[in-house]
Design a protein around this ligand. Structure first.
Ligand SMILES: [Fe+2]
Length: 390
């Protein structure tokens, strides 16, 4: 986090972003520019639920594209990524088109990289016993069409996979994992079920908030977060009130895109540091809905910890005012976010499982390293206790 005049910064973004209503099918011509044999990675029901199959079929005929479909029916894991990569190789895929939520897009990115590099997804994941291998060969080109507005996977350089035998989630991370292009069509994410839109929206909002408070934030990520945070909150409030329209869907799509660009550059914070082990140990806790429980608690514990760092306290207050208006306090903002979660009918954290705090705190993800202030284990425990009591 840079307070005052910055001495410099680094910023990287490698994905062509095309965002607008009704333009998703342009992804077909984009992927055709890389070849005609394409691994098509989708969610289990994304295409049929959204009615995209007939357009894909006609685009395939028009552009002489040959799709090999690969469905992602669950949270992505090593086995799915390895299987998708093997399919890409045996099919002779020249490119990968990912259409779906974050799970499908993460598998698309992982498969594209594994198709051209040796070994298993396990060899490339961070935080396991061996240091991750680098992707020495260029992946197959990836084009993404997100059908939810949240993860920002279409613009990031990582893919998150469940390591089922160890009950953890881990990332593969490389500048080679940036998709070549993302076609972001808010008319697709607007058709997701309300609970999916709410959870995804909270994921995007948390990316923006945590990147804004990250110790690696820069003036560029700050500018993006300052734009995205009010958009995300406005759209989530409209969704809670039942009158979300086209402009709210566009705002959430923009917020998700900006959030992805921010997290790829600035990193995240304690809410993501804790949702990773929570999701690994308790796979029934959805990423976004879990973050909706953790974000208010994280704000409160960060505020208490900011007593050690006045600059961090000022940054947190600015975040509260981006979220809740010019007279907000951190405490009021945390309460409003909890009320927003309830109004969106996202479940309480305690409803998912009887959570073993010690096991969660024992393996926070790398996101914790960029949290606003360094937090001790008792403070991580406080976040979980507060989230569980809400
Ligand atoms: Fe996230």
């Amino acid at each position: 986090m840079n307070q005052g005049a910055p001495s410099g910064f680094e910023f990287l973004h490698q994905t062509r972003v095309v965002l607008g209503a009704g333009l998703w099918s342009r992804a077909c011509a984009e992927v055709r520019s890389f070849g005609h044999r394409v691994l098509l990675v989708t969610g289990a029901s994304s295409l049929s639920r959204l009615g995209l199959e007939s357009v894909l079929a006609s685009e395939a005929r028009r552009l002489e594209l040959v799709f090999d479909p690969f469905a992602v029916p669950r949270e992505p894991d090593i086995e799915l990524a390895d299987r998708a990569a093997a399919r890409a190789r045996s099919f002779g895929a020249e490119a990968v088109l990912g259409i779906g939520g974050g799970s499908a897009l993460d598998v698309a990115k992982a498969a594209a990289a594994l198709a051209t590099n040796p070994g298993s997804a396990r060899d490339y994941l961070e935080g396991l016993s061996n240091p991750p291998l680098p992707f020495t060969a260029a992946p197959l080109p990836v084009v993404c069409v997100p059908t939810t507005a949240g993860t920002g996977s279409e613009v990031t350089k990582n893919a998150v996979l469940q390591v089922t035998d160890l009950q953890v989630k881990r990332s593969m991370r490389s500048e080679r994992l940036f998709p070549r292009a993302a076609f972001i069509d808010p008319t697709l994410s607007a058709k997701a079920p309300k609970n999916v839109r709410a959870g995804s929206g909270f994921d995007a909002l948390t990316h923006l908030c945590e990147a804004f408070c990250s110790r690696n934030a820069s003036l560029v990520t700050d500018a993006l977060a300052r734009d995205g945070i009010p958009r995300a909150v406005r759209a989530l409030r409209a969704l809670a009130e039942g009158d979300a329209g086209e402009s709210d869907a566009t705002d959430l799509a923009i917020a998700a895109t900006l959030g992805g660009i921010c997290l790829a550059n600035a990193g995240l914070g304690a809410a993501h540091g804790l949702i990773a082990p929570l999701g690994g140990l308790y796979p029934n806790i959805p990423h976004g809905a879990g973050l909706a429980c953790l974000l208010p608690a994280t704000l409160l514990v960060n505020e208490a910890a900011s007593a050690r760092d006045p600059a961090a306290g000022r940054r947190l207050l600015e975040l509260a005012r981006l979220l809740s208006g010019p007279y907000a306090t951190v405490k009021n903002t945390a309460r409003e976010l909890s009320e927003l979660r309830v109004a969106l009918e996202l479940p309480a954290l305690s409803s998912y499982a009887c959570i073993d705090l010690g096991r969660v705190i024992a393996s926070p993800s790398g996101s914790l390293k960029t949290n606003l202030v360094a937090l001790g284990t008792h403070e991580l425990s406080s976040i979980l206790e507060l989230a569980l009591s809400a």
